[in-house]
Design a protein around this ligand. Sequence first.
Ligand code: SF4
Ligand code: SF4
Length: 370
Amino acid sequence: MSKFEEIKDFIISCRCVLLRYNPIRSECGLVKIGNPSSASPVFVSGNYFHTVKRLEKALRGLDCYLLVCDSAGINVWCASGVCDFNEHKIADSVNSTGLSEIVSHRRLILPLLSASGVDLGGLEKECGFKGVFGPADFRDIKKYAGNGFKLEPEMRLVRFAFAERYYNAFGMFAVFLVPVIALKLIAGKKHEGKIHFLLLMNFINIFSNFMLYDRLPFKYPANNSLFIGALIQLAIAAYSLFKRPFRLASYIFCSLSAFVINFLVSVDMLGSTPFYKTTIAHWLSSADNKSLFQPLISQDLCAGCGSCALVCPKGLFTEHGGTVRVDYTRECCECLACVKQCAPRAIKNKNGPVFKDDIKSIENINEIMN
Ligand code: SF4
Ligand code: SF4
């Protein structure tokens, strides 16, 4: 790859991060990494530009193929839950690239985070390739390959590394920046001080939430976000009281706008996949945004296949002598990968039919839960 192409990819990746609600699609198809032969492994990815480029880098040094499939330009974790990445999309890519003529084996390594959307049986029926789940984090791919393509338990767990937090913080900051810029254009120099204050509030709220989320006193990010909001309100009150003369209108503006920004950030963090999910109504009424879905294994139906333990990115399932148990000390993020991959439909919700239910890739989910 030329220097020019590298710079171009870097700029497009920055644009992906800054405007994450408007993702850029990478071209679908088969990418050769190194000098692959017909026996080389085939890794599968969605077509979110930023991920494809990072994956290509992570795979450098291996001789393999990267099959980029249509995920509507969205990352596979989000796309899998809403039917934008599934066995049909993968089979389409297999067939359109003529993969069965290129490789001699019939094995695809899928991202583990696609487990909430991909039906492995359906994939094999549609294209003749058997899907296996690889690591949850692409940074473990080389370790996985070096381990004879065997998934160690820690490779199944989702991480929320510094780089991801940083990207997400920037992405959200850019979104909140749009109304502030619009205000600046409308108000001009007249309310410059207030507009700068709004910018500062955005910055403090968003970056402290993402970068410090595991160092703040509460377990759930939305509650931490409210905690940060309370500190900001204290700071605004103290500043307004000590600054002479005291201006009530200015205090009300600052306090109210800080509250609104903080509330919006908190609500946005309720749906953050790496954390937990709940409904806004449940969160406001109970101050608890723990996932409403808690897996409960119906032992009568369970076949002991271990698929739930393999695909759970939060490590909730433990296997002991062919029996799978749920470790409730760990927090579920309601991805529903375990439900999707459980063929006998043995996983129910401990809380009954009440859960956020925003995963669309499982047909008759409410019937399964009952
Ligand atoms: S996936 Fe279903 S059948 Fe398999 S071990 Fe888990 S609960 Fe049992
Ligand atoms: S237990 Fe929760 S986090 Fe684990 S796979 Fe099931 S829904 Fe996802």
